[in-house]
Design a protein. Sequence first.
Length: 179
Amino acid sequence: HCCFSATSNSILDRAIDSEEAQHKDFLRLQHVEGYHELSAKTKIFFSTAVALWDADFYVKVDDDVHVNLGVLAATLARHRSKPRVYIGCMKSGPVLSRKDVKYHEPEFWKFGEEGNKYFRHATGQIYAISKALATYISINQPILHKYANEDVSLGAWFIGLEVEHIDDRSMCCGTPPGI
């Protein structure tokens, strides 16, 4: 039950301060906000969350994603007995080497020949990781490499570990028909 504030001393920030005083439901991270800082934010978030809360799972959700908490809780409950689990809408897209495209990967050469695809990883809109994986991120934060895209970075941190990747299609975000 946390959210992020990207503002500093603005009207929105004061409104968040007021809500925080009343409900105690915000987590503020000390970091520079920006698209190319999302991988760093992810490391800071999981490290902070593990330090503050003892949970079976830690879930990252974009602020524009609506979550059915009952479905999410049921999904997590089904995997509670697994020690190292990474749950999300798994994908594997092309590694984009051209600088003029939105999801350009400056380190494209590390993924092999031009035209190769990324390894399987959860889309960044919503995913859950077990306590053991969040703890791993917290402990190893200084040496975990950050790629251009946060979802690729998270997947890379787990690729060489004994981690069960769960491709849960209910966590795939899309535009509903007619919108």
